[in-house]
Design a protein around this ligand. Structure first.
Ligand code: GTR
Length: 385
């Protein structure tokens, strides 16, 4: 039986699950090394806590990336329009190519850079559910408000995750995982979320070479399954200086041990290929996990982190997403950063932008809305400029 939490679930009343009573749940300490020793300095945490924590997430949940930048990696601009979006932006379509033992692959990020920029532009990198198209600002699964992003002085780039590794149970043969791994996959082999994160790192490899981009200020953003991929990619690749989880829920920002709505059993039944096989062991056995998702958020520290929930998104469980942020704070504080602006979940649509961890609870359904983007850019304005 799933144990309910003893600690407070801080949420707007409509989100509260009725009665949550006693029953001790042990949540791992994000400052603890495997021997139980608590890190008291950033150096100690980086040396003794971060590496084994990251390795646990690889081994038990998302799987191990077998390769980083492939030897024959290439990124080329294959289309450029200096007068995109009514002359406000330069559009570049990039082709990223690579090969490995299982064949070759390619994908096509679409980049928009503000023409008003006088210096390299900070950039928002979006994991996209569909083929990015600068003329469509509302894709099927969330907004990509390119005109507004450009008007605010940010560049933005999006790539279609299924071009890197198809988002289908039988998609393996057509994606990057088949190029670098063989079936049957090892129990700790990378799942699709990890493969998508690998794609984001390859987009970063390109961005680092584009003089119009400030590669020290690149934000990773994803919604829902892509929000899970974004947080995981941000943990794997410290080049991203700001990581945004939009309604990522189960196996994303939300604490597994207190999770209501979708749980590991649901997600590993419906989407087993997103994860490594080892993760299935924890279906209905959350307490056996050596880690929990607040430690994943902790792996972003001391970089910027933003987590957002939506009032009607009980499947993602806003209370468990917020609780995870609260419990990630010690890592940010160790680095001298403020955690959340407040430990009380804010009223709907009141963004907390003042800490190293931003948070808001949008009124409405599971979605990536333009108003979410506005908060993410406000947070960047405040902390990057
Ligand atoms: C749901 C899944 C969620 C979330 C969502 C999505 O069906 O259970 O975890 O990832 O899909 O990505 O749209």
């Amino acid at each position: 039986m799933f144990l309910k939490t003893h600690f407070i679930r801080i949420a707007a009343p409509l989100l509260l699950t009725p009665s949550l009573h006693a029953a001790e749940i042990k949540i791992p300490d994000p400052l603890a090394a495997p021997d139980g020793q608590l890190a008291t300095t950033p150096d100690a945490w980086m040396a003794n806590v971060r590496p084994p924590t990251l390795q646990n997430f690889r081994e038990q949940i998302y799987g191990v990336r077998p390769v980083e930048k492939p030897a024959d990696f290439q990124a080329k601009v294959i289309r450029e329009d200096p007068q995109a979006l009514d002359g406000t932006a330069t559009l570049k379509e990039i082709e990223i190519t690579y090969s490995g033992p299982g064949g070759s692959g390619k994908f096509h990020p679409l980049l928009l850079i503000p023409n008003s920029a006088k210096s390299p532009a900070p950039t928002f990198l979006l994991f996209s559910f569909g083929k990015p198209d600068a003329s469509i600002e509302k894709e099927k699964f969330g907004a990509w408000p390119v005109r507004e992003i450009i008007a605010r002085g940010y560049a933005t780039v999006a790539f279609h995750v299924s071009e890197v590794d198809p988002d289908r149970a039988d998609g393996f043969a057509e994606g990057v995982r088949a190029i670098f791994s063989k079936q049957p996959l090892a129990p700790n082999a990378w799942g699709a979320l990890s493969a998508w994160g690998w794609g984001a790192s390859r987009v970063m490899d390109y961005l680092e070479t584009d003089k119009a981009i400030d590669a020290k200020r690149v934000a990773l953003i994803g919604h829902s399954r892509c929000g899970k991929a974004a947080v995981w990619a941000g943990a794997e690749d410290p080049r991203f200086s700001y990581v945004i989880s939009n309604n990522s829920g189960c196996s994303g920002a939300a604490l597994a041990r207190t999770k209501q709505g979708e749980r590991i059993i649901n997600i590993t039944t419906k989407f087993p290929y997103w994860f490594c096989e080892n993760y299935r062991k924890y279906a209905d056995h959350e307490a056996d996990l050596p880690i929990d998702q607040h430690q994943l958020l902790g792996l972003i520290a001391p970089r910027l982190l933003y987590v957002a929930s939506a009032t009607q998104d009980s499947w993602s469980d806003p209370a468990a997403e917020f609780e995870s942020c609260v419990r990630a704070q010690p890592v940010f504080r160790l680095f001298g950063k403020k955690g959340l602006e407040s430990e009380t979940q804010p009223a709907p649509d009141q963004a907390m932008l003042d800490g190293g961890i931003g948070y808001h609870l949008r009124t409405g359904k599971h979605d990536l809305a333009v108003s979410d983007w506005q908060h993410y850019m406000d947070f960047a304005d405040r902390h990057w400029k």
